[in-house]
Design a protein around this ligand. Structure first.
Ligand SMILES: [Zn+2]
Length: 149
């Protein structure tokens, strides 16, 4: 009987090792493999993808409004809602706001890399929260870039 990795749904080798190098248990022994009789998990369809993109972008708009209010309410009203991301370059800590955005995005990438295999210690800040924050920082970086064009 074919045995399946419970993490990536690829076939295990005869010794119950997962040989899918994109699986987080790559080359590890699987104690409780799934058998081939189980229904495979459906793949991600374009409908699933577009629906998730819509969900994230709707959420990111609200996050930008809320964070703009909390980080720099005065500047948001005056029309500079990302002012707080200009501050590190005003202080000389970063070269420009783009670098500030990329640094923040890099922190989120590091967090994502770590959360891939562990549960977050900070409750209420899930893997998806960091994915969403990272997307927002990249959008901000793009806007600062366009500002200089
Ligand atoms: Zn696997």
């Amino acid at each position: 009987m074919i045995k399946i990795c419970p993490y990536c749904d690829k076939e295990l080798d005869e010794d119950n090792y997962c040989n899918n190098r994109y699986c987080w248990v790559y080359r590890n022994f699987i104690i409780n493999p799934k058998d081939s009789q189980t229904t495979p998990k459906p793949a991600i369809s374009i409908k699933d993808l577009n629906s998730e993109q819509d969900r994230i972008l709707t959420k990111l708009k609200q996050v930008a409004i809320d964070k703009g209010h909390d980080y720099n309410g005065k500047q948001q009203v005056q029309g500079d809602t990302l002012y707080n991301l200009r501050v590190p370059s005003i202080l000389g800590i970063c070269d420009d706001p783009i670098q500030t955005c990329l640094m923040n995005a890099a922190n989120k990438i590091m967090r994502l890399s770590s959360l891939r295999t562990t549960d977050p210690a900070v409750k209420g800040e899930s893997f998806m929260d960091s994915v969403e924050d990272c997307i927002n920082y990249l959008i901000y970086a793009g806007l600062f870039y366009k500002e200089n064009e």
